[in-house]
Structures are given as C-alpha cells and as structure tokens.
Design a protein around this ligand. Structure first.
Ligand code: PMP
Ligand code: GLU
Length: 402
C-alpha cells in the first residue's frame, strides 16, 4: 500500500520550484559519478577551505563544551560581535536584541518573509535575482513582483522602475548587492535613489542581502540601511558562507528593527531553534580577527574574473559585462537560440545550460532560474586550470552550433 503524493503533498510544495543551483550541481555530480570528467561551475560556493584559525576556534569550542542549545537568536557573544562588525564596517547601529542568527542567510531571508507576508502581499524582487528569493516569497504566501534590468544596464534596475512597481500591497523589496547571479554592485548613489523612493512611501521594508560584502572589487561596500531615514526600514542580511568560506557551517544573520527581530526569533524558535553552538563560537573568532584571509580570497576571485572574461570574450556570440563583485559571470547567450549541433538544439537558456552539460561537460545554471531568460550563470569559484579547460570546452562545443 502506498500514499498518493499528489493528494498528500501541500499545494505550496507542489507549486515550489526546486533550487536550480542545487539541481544543476547535482546533475553535474550525477554525470561525474558515471565516469565523465565534468567541470561544474554551477554552485555558488567558494572553493577555498575555511581559514585554519576559524576551524581551530571550533575545535576549542567543542572541547570547552559548546555542544548544547544556544538561545534561539544566537549567543550573546556572537550577536555582540555582529553589532561591532556592523558599527565598524557598515556604519549600522544595532543592539544585540535586533540580531537573529540563523542556519544560513537563506533561513534569515525565509524568517523575514514568513514573519511579514500575508497572503497576497507583494514583494518586489530585483532581477536578475538569487533563485531562492522568488520561491521563499511564494512559500510564505506572498506574491513576487519582478523588476528587471538587462546586461545593457549592468543588470541594475533603477529607483524609478521600483517606484513604478510599488502598489498599496507592496511590503518588501528584496535584492542582493554584490548580486548573485550578476556580480553587479549598486553604488552608494544608486542606493540613495532607491532609499529615497522607499522612504517616500514609508510602508515598505527593504531586505538587503549583503552576503557577498567582502567579495567586492569596487573597493567600497555600501549598505542601504546606513542612510539615516532607512534605519527602521531595512533588514540587513549577511552571513559567513561566502566571505569566510564557511558554507557548511550554516551560519547567517539578519539585523533590523526590534519588532522584526522579535518576529524572526519567534518563527525560528518554532522551526529550528538556534544555529549550531560551536559554529557560533568559531564565528565570533572570525569576526574579531582582521579581514586578511577574506581579502586574499577576494583578490583570487578578482584575478579569476579577469581571466574568465579575457577567455570568454573570445567566444563569438556571447555578450559579457564586467561584474564588480561576487564570483559569477552572467553572459547573455541569446545569440545561440535557434541553433543546433545536429544532436541537440538550443532554443532558450535552459537548453543552453543542458547542452553545455551533456555536450561539453561543463555545468552552468540557466538564467531562467534567476529571472533572466537570455543568460546563463557561471561561477568562477574554481581553479585557474578548471576555468581554462571549461572555456576551451565551451568554445569548441559552441563552434558546432549553427
Ligand atoms: N543570499 C545569496 C545572494 C546567496 O548567493 C546565498 C548563497 N547560498 C545565500 C543568500 C544563502 O547563503 P547561506 O544560507 O549559505 O548563508
Ligand atoms: N547561493 C549559492 C548559489 O547560488 C549556493 C546554492 C544555493 O543555496 O542555492 O549557487
């Protein structure tokens, strides 16, 4: 006897798309398990190990007995260290009671959406957007409203576009800067324009995802919450996965108005409780140290960006821009739509990503998952050799598409 999944599964789950980044990474692994040499540029995960001093702090924490539950919003030591970090690096001023540490920034975003959205409430999402924003908003009962910009605008929607998308149902504005999947970085002036629109309205919370803060090649990271009139109107999300190369430690956080932190605390308290205790202890050490390891990783990413752009710009038909942060490039591949190599046809970005995996054995993610149907995402969190070989394969393969 077995249960009928279509009856058993909640409509919300049936309507949810699987994370395309995770799916493509898995497809690459599956092909590799069959003995194919796949170069996977699909998952957004730094290829560096966590810095040794952070690992040492976790070992020490375990030895000291940090093996128990922590307070739901995180240990006071970590929330205090986060407040210091915000003050010193971002000109953001919070009390520990305004911070909620979670099992990754993904959970921080989910907490915020679950804490704020009623059925039918709208969340404006700037596109290209990180895959999970759209699905989290839907899952929380909200309606995603996508505001897009193409490669010719450096993938950055304007304040005016945002203004035009606002309705009386708008509750959230969600975006990342530096951006996943485009690597675009909003300047302070661009953020000031957006802040003006939000402050004029006065009924919208900005969810500013700054998880790529340290991987910023412009030399300056600006936080929208740092504008005076934005303090009460912004939830700043950050985490340890990218800048400290701690993806597996599952640690992210949000900071915002007290009412929001309290609500996130309540949601998290019923769903997962506090994040791992020894991860939190190690994170205190990470935040209190200087940023030399993070900056060394950033330099490596910058070098790889330049390598990848110089190699990829030789492939005919790809439109590229110059990302200013994160570790992705997001070429427009629409010139290849309507072509075939005799075995497979490319009619959209999904086909392009699929063809590059099966024909060139390079894993990419289709832009459709990020709200950009003409593009694909490549992560350059990979070795120079892998990047060179991946581009060689892509170029060879694409030559066959007419
Ligand atoms: N936001 C963005 C823009 C991301 O790219 C990621 C990547 N995983 C996350 C949030 C979530 O990170 P984590 O849950 O590992 O902290
Ligand atoms: N954020 C990363 C990415 O975009 C990790 C995968 C995920 O969490 O979706 O690839």
């Amino acid at each position: 006897m077995s249960l009928e999944p279509s009856r058993m599964l909640a409509q919300k789950v049936q309507a949810m798309e699987e994370s395309a980044t995770i799916r493509m990474a898995q497809k690459s692994r599956d092909l590799a398990a069959k003995g194919v040499h796949v170069i996977s540029l699909s998952l957004g995960e730094p290829d560096f190990d966590t810095p040794e001093f952070i690992k040492e702090a976790a070992y020490a924490a375990l030895k000291k007995g940090y093996t128990k539950y922590t307070p739901v919003p995180g240990t006071l030591a970590l929330r205090t260290a986060i407040c210091e970090k915000f003050k010193n690096e971002n000109n953001l001023h919070f009390e520990p009671g305004q911070i909620v540490v979670s099992n990754g920034a993904k959970q921080s975003i989910a907490n915020i959406c679950m804490a704020t959205l009623n059925p039918g409430d709208e969340a404006i999402i700037l596109a290209p957007y990180w895959v999970s924003y759209f699905e989290i908003v839907k899952f929380a009962g909200g309606v995603p409203v996508v505001v897009s910009a193409g490669i010719e605008d450096d993938f950055k929607p304007t304040a005016q576009q945002i203004k035009e998308a606002i309705t009386h149902k708008t509750k959230l504005l969600i975006f990342s800067s530096p951006c996943n999947p485009t690597g675009s970085v909003f300047t302070k002036d661009e953020l000031a324009d957006i802040a003006r629109v939000i402050a004029e309205n006065g009924n919208i919370l900005v969810v500013s995802d700054e998880i790529y803060e340290y991987i910023n090649f412009t030399g300056h990271h600006a936080s929208i919450g740092a504008f005076d009139h934005m303090r009460e109107l912004t939830a700043t999300v950050n985490g340890f996965s990218k800048g400290f190369s701690m993806t597996g430690w599952r640690l992210g956080y949000m900071a915002g108005p007290k009412w929001l932190a309290d609500a996130c605390n309540k949601v998290q308290g019923q769903i997962t409780s506090g994040a791992a205790s020894f991860s939190q202890e190690a994170a205190v050490t990470a935040l209190k140290a200087d940023r030399s390891e993070a900056m060394a990783m950033k330099e490596a990413f910058l070098r790889r960006r330049d390598l990848l752009i110089s190699l990829m710009s030789k492939i005919p038909g790809l439109k590229l821009n110059k990302p200013q942060g994160a570790f992705y490039i997001f070429p427009d591949v629409s010139k290849y739509f309507g072509t075939s190599n005799g075995r497979v046809a490319i009619n959209n970005a999904d086909d392009f990503a699929e063809a590059m995996l099966t024909e060139a054995h390079v894993g990419l993610v289709s832009g459709s998952a990020f709200g950009a149907d003409s593009c694909v995402r490549l992560s350059y969190a990979a070795s120079d050799d892998d990047l060179r070989e991946a581009v060689r394969r892509l170029a060879n393969c694409l030559e066959g598409f007419k």
